[in-house]
Design a protein around this ligand. Structure first.
Ligand code: ACO
Length: 433
């Protein structure tokens, strides 16, 4: 074929087909490479490996482009809402008014958790990390809804609409309950009358004797945060969801695994790590310059958290949107002089002029400002990554569905290049020195 790649190996030529995606992304199809040549590819961290064909999200990291189902993130951030975007990501099209109403009704119907579930929270010690609780309780949903978690993809797909609504709605209820548990506060029941974000804030911050009513600006800042996190193609947690799904595991088990993968500081934990970094810079009386020098030298394992991205070699478009909405949100919250914000702005300005960061194409990612937004709207620090998980749920669900409904699905099973000891004989314990 004229566009095939030609690979020369041990004196022989092999022809490898190429694939071009709908946005012109090019790939060499190596699916038959091992059978043809005996070789496998080696790609530590999968930076050059396409693990699937997907029609959910498009990213051009060099140009700083992000689109959900073809729609630019800027347009969605400006004109849509998290719930509408969740529908879009899961179903592939924007809902018409009837579909939108039905989706909202399903989310409302599924917002409370089974009363037995409250007992699960009691088993966790005070101070348990809410990500651990979230992952465990999401997985347990399969026990409360066994007909939605058969681990037979065709059967699970038949009830997909209900399972997806349960996951999106309950992730928020479980998150709020884990916060209340960590503070020793009574659980607050969801209210049917409230929209998605307002209901979450109600479950987080209301008291039995007084309702918490967020300002429209706070609710819209949360809405924007969730919408911007709704999907991001084959990142660490989504790849984890797909990997678990590829074995035929149900939606709840697969997304619970996604929560675990998201937890780490190099992924979803970065928003929390950014605030910790800013607070420690502030506590040390540094203006940020000492920290930048340490981050450049790698001293003490420091990195400039919230900077750099595996895919974006340009400004993360989500960071641009958050930054642009930031001043409005802070003004509406009456926050004028946040010392951590001042440090963040200085760090960003300094890094964007510094050859170390410029030459490595390290720009602010979404987490650089998202932690500050969360902090401003009163979300406690150990809940930041949980907030990310609530936002990412629609993406995980859409990817689970893509895997489960692929008639040619193969279990994810990478190979390795073994570099350990060659064959050796067992030595009995008494003869070992
Ligand atoms: N601060 C200082 N140096 C950095 C940073 C950083 N934040 N990020 C990368 N570098 C340097 C590396 O030390 C390396 O330098 P070298 O070439 O001299 O060895 C070079 O840039 C390339 O770094 P890699 O780790 O190879 O880049 P990779 O693409 O694997 O990592 C990652 C991307 C994990 C996001 C990284 O940039 C990082 O650790 N950033 C901070 C954590 C963070 O903000 N994570 C959130 C990611 S976005 C998200 O999950 C929503």
């Amino acid at each position: 074929m004229p566009n095939d790649a030609v690979l020369k190996l041990e004196g022989k030529d092999y022809s490898l087909p190429t694939i071009v995606g709908s946005e012109g992304e090019k790939a060499i199809d190596v699916r038959n490479l091992r059978a043809q040549t005996g070789f496998i590819t080696y790609d530590d961290g999968f930076a050059n490996t396409g693990s699937c064909l997907s029609d959910i999200t498009f990213i051009d990291g060099d140009a700083g482009i992000l689109r959900y189902r073809g729609y630019p993130i800027e347009q969605l951030a400006e004109q849509s809402s998290f719930v509408e975007v969740a529908y879009l990501i899961i179903n592939g099209h924007l809902p018409n008014p009837t579909q939108r109403r039905r989706f909202g009704d399903l989310l409302r119907e599924h917002s409370p958790v089974h009363s037995d579930m409250a007992h699960l929270f009691e088993g966790f010690p005070i101070g348990s990390h809410p990500m651990a609780i979230l992952s465990a309780l999401l997985n347990s949903l399969g026990c409360y809804y066994p007909h939605l978690a058969t681990n037979r993809p065709q059967e699970d797909l038949a009830n997909f609409e209900e399972a997806a609504a349960i996951a999106i709605s309950k992730v928020r209820t479980i998150a709020a309950m884990s916060y209340r548990k960590s503070r020793g506060l009574p659980y607050i029941f969801p209210k049917r009358s409230l929209p998605y974000c307002e209901n979450f804030l109600h479950m987080m911050f209301s008291m039995p004797y007084e309702d918490y009513v967020p300002t429209p600006e706070v609710a819209s800042a949360l809405n924007l945060f969730l919408l911007l996190h709704a999907d991001h193609e084959q990142n660490c947690s989504t790849s984890t969801v797909r990997m678990v799904a590829s074995s035929g595991a149900n939606l709840f088990a697969s997304t619970a695994a996604g929560v675990c993968a998201l937890w780490g500081p190099l992924h979803g934990g970065a928003n929390m790590a950014v605030i910790e970094m800013l607070a420690s810079i502030h506590a040390e009386g540094d203006d940020g310059s000492k920290f930048i020098e340490n981050a450049k030298s790698g001293k003490g394992g420091n990195r400039l958290m919230g900077f750099g991205h595996r895919v974006y070699r340009n400004y993360d478009p989500r960071a641009k949107i958050i930054k642009a909405s930031f001043d409005k949100a802070l003004a509406s919250l009456g926050i004028k002089d946040d010392p951590l914000l001042a440090i963040a702005r200085r760090l960003e300005e300094a890094a964007l002029k510094d050859d170390y960061f410029v030459s490595r194409k390290l720009y602010p990612n979404v987490d650089f400002y998202s932690g500050l937004i969360m902090r401003a709207i009163g979300i406690p620090q150990n809940m930041f990554t949980v907030m990310f998980a609530i936002g990412r749920m629609p993406g995980w669900i859409a990817h689970w569905k893509e895997v489960a409904s692929n008639p040619k699905n193969k279990i994810y099973r990478p190979r390795q290049v073994y570099v350990g000891p060659t064959k050796r004989d067992f030595v009995p314990l008494e003869k070992r020195g």
